[in-house]
Design a protein. Structure first.
Length: 169
């Protein structure tokens, strides 16, 4: 059976169209493959011998180690903050003349307190022939021993700078 020339022409045109579509699909596939190779190369540039899965596993392990380290650092920071509340951080000094015949404000009272107002108040009373020093314990910004007005003032100044008191004010 012999095909007519007209039928042969249609078959040739259809074949040429299919060939053109095949070439277009091959070109698009080659372009897409080139883009994928570039993306792969940029991701796996540090991987040895181009092993992307090994590189991803290494990055996951590193990420896990970093998460663990951040958790440890957060715990350490929390402990440091707790320890810092017990540190002597609030200090105030009041200088004064203890006696009328003495000048120069050589006597002083110094309060050394932590965040909760616990600590010590030190006083030094200067006279012409001697100097006497006193230390009194402080708990919650008060003392079980009687305080002089200057000692109370020093405690007040120091305790006022404590963060727990600033929040209450």
């Amino acid at each position: 059976m012999l095909l007519s020339t007209e039928t042969t022409q249609y078959v040739a045109i259809a074949g040429a169209g299919l060939g053109f579509l095949g070439l277009a699909a091959a070109g698009a596939s080659a372009l897409r493959l080139r883009r994928l190779r570039r993306a792969y190369a940029s991701v796996a540039h540090s991987a040895e011998a181009g092993d992307l899965l090994a590189e991803v596993a290494a990055q996951q392990q590193l990420s896990s180690q970093l998460r663990d380290e951040v958790a440890r650092l957060r715990a350490d920071l929390s402990h440091a903050r707790e320890d810092l509340t017990d540190a002597i951080r609030h200090v105030a000094v009041v200088r004064y003349d203890a006696f009328d015949d003495m000048g120069g404000r050589l006597s002083f009272s110094a309060a050394l307190l932590d965040d909760s107002g616990d600590g010590v108040v030190l006083s030094s009373i200067h006279a012409r022939s001697e100097t006497r020093s006193y230390a009194k314990g402080v708990k919650g910004a008060t003392s079980a021993l009687p305080l002089s007005p200057e000692e109370e003032q020093a405690i007040s100044y120091a305790y006022r700078s404590a963060p727990s008191q600033r929040a209450k004010s």
